[in-house]
Design a protein around this ligand. Structure first.
Ligand SMILES: O=C(O)c1ccccc1N[C@@H]1O[C@H](COP(=O)(O)O)[C@@H](O)[C@H]1O
Length: 205
């Protein structure tokens, strides 16, 4: 696993980037990871060539992540290799064998789930992402509910986060990291650099 360290405060991933200036804004504001969506049907979907150009702007030390949903392992491998991203985030129902198949080459593996009774590492992932049932929709879920027990370890909270609620979310859940897409956009699928900056400032308190 590369480019993921503890100790620098909450880990922040800005997802669904599609343009060079948005990548630059996220990196300059202090993002720890940036995400490029390879899942079909999103207003943020990019192809491998675009992701490769965007990833090339990202300095070592900031993790580049490809985001997938229910795609065959061969397609995940191909898009990861063609784009050069270092991390793979899976939103489907993939089992542990799928993570094993993707582990080669030092990739950082992120397992995204809407189930709230998970343990980080159970499927061989490096990071666990607890998300809303409809990823990328901007719809929040009730992470403040008494029934939600934070998994511990390296886990990221996602789903409906934005500059206005991210600090409370971190304080309430104790999340190791956070991930955002819709909450740093003013128009669906179009990032707003000032919201990226506001999100990162708010998350770090
Ligand atoms: O961002 C997308 O469009 C997307 C599409 C398919 C799977 C995951 C996607 N993004 C992930 O969704 C959450 C953030 O959602 P929100 O918009 O902030 O509520 C995060 O895990 C993204 O990586």
């Amino acid at each position: 696993m590369a480019e993921v360290t503890d100790g620098a405060g909450v880990f922040i991933k800005i997802c669904g980037l599609k343009t060079g200036p948005d990548v630059d804004a996220a990196v300059a504001a202090g993002a720890d990871a940036v995400g490029f969506v390879f899942a079909a049907g999103s207003p943020r979907t990019v192809d491998a060539a675009v992701a490769r150009e965007l990833a090339a702007r990202v300095p070592a030390g900031v993790l580049t992540v490809g985001v997938f949903r229910g795609q065959p392992v061969a397609e995940v491998r191909r898009l990861t290799e063609e784009s050069g991203v270092r991390g793979v985030q899976l939103h489907g129902d993939e089992g542990p064998e799928y993570y094993e198949a993707l582990r080669a080459g030092g990739r950082t593996l992120l397992r995204a789930t809407a189930r709230h009774v998970e343990r980080c590492g159970e499927y061989g992932e490096d990071l666990l992402l607890i998300d809303a049932p409809d990823p990328g929709s901007g719809k929040p879920w009730n992470w403040a509910a008494a029934e939600f027990t934070a998994p511990g370890g390296r886990w990221l909270l996602a789903g409906g986060l934005g500059p206005d609620n991210v600090r409370r979310a971190v304080e309430t859940t104790g999340a190791w990291g956070v991930d955002v897409s819709s909450g740093v956009e003013r128009e669906r699928g179009v990032k707003a650099p000032e919201l990226i900056r506001a999100f990162i400032e708010a998350a770090r308190g």
